[in-house]
Design a protein around this ligand. Structure first.
Ligand code: C5P
Length: 221
């Protein structure tokens, strides 16, 4: 059984036609979609709202790393957009992280909507990282009330064992697949076996002609 509901497809595309094609082909499987700085800079909140308007979960991955006031005000707009989840850098510090959580909790209550999950970026999967520093960032995220972290498959089990947090894992590749700029890569099933709650997959799916076939292949790997 393929874990479709645990797949988040990164829509890192500059072509709106391709974005909507991927959404059309893959959303019936129950996957979620991630919009990052490429598509958001080009198409803005309108794209996010259109996808959410179809009843599909959107993970807005703009990796906030700023002063507390800027972070909390930006986060509030993500609640208004109706995002399922969004990212902040854990390194932005406890004051900023706590204020983000407080702000979005209040905003969601006021708007009577579901509060988005706040996910903290540990170390980018394109960089080498030592397990100790990833775990200490995950602990900091937990202490500040974050819901989960972004971490490679290689640290997922360690985080799951030590902190009750959701783990979202990018850097997913089939064994024979091109790594691109990613360094700490793993297959989808290795990530799930390590306890990852979701895997994030971009280029191995969106660079292919047949998105559905590519997604099946990556989930089977
Ligand atoms: O194309 P690929 O599968 O490498 O895409 C991975 C996605 O996950 C990209 O959108 C990237 O920005 C994002 N990401 C990551 N590493 C992190 C956090 C997010 O690769 N630590």
């Amino acid at each position: 059984m393929l874990k479709w509901k645990k797949l988040i497809v990164a829509l890192d595309l500059e072509d709106k036609g391709k974005i909507y094609n991927a959404v059309r082909k893959l959303s019936p499987k129950g996957v979620k979609f991630k919009i990052g700085s490429i598509a958001f800079t080009k198409f803005g909140p309108a794209l996010v709202k259109t996808i959410i308007g179809k009843g599909i979960d959107v993970f807005l991955d703009l990796k906030l790393y700023d002063i507390p006031n800027t972070m909390k005000e930006a986060s509030k707009t993500y609640v208004q957009m109706g995002c399922w989840a969004f990212t902040v850098h854990i390194k932005s510090g406890p004051k900023a992280l706590r204020e983000v959580k407080k702000e979005i909790t209040a905003a969601a209550r006021k708007l009577k909507v579901r509060r988005p999950l706040v996910l903290g970026v540990t170390e980018l999967t394109s960089e080498a990282a030592d397990r100790k520093s990833v775990l200490s960032l995950a602990r900091a995220a937990k202490a500040c009330g974050l819901d989960g972290v972004i971490a490679s498959a290689k640290e997922a089990a360690l985080i799951k064992r030590n902190c009750k947090l959701k783990v979202i894992t990018p850097g997913i590749r089939a064994p024979e697949g091109a790594r691109g700029d990613q360094r700490r890569v793993a297959t989808a099933n290795f990530a799930f076996a390590q306890g990852a709650d979701y895997v994030v997959v971009g280029r191995p799916i969106i660079s292919q002609k047949d998105y559905l076939k590519a997604a099946k292949g990556i989930l089977a790997s």
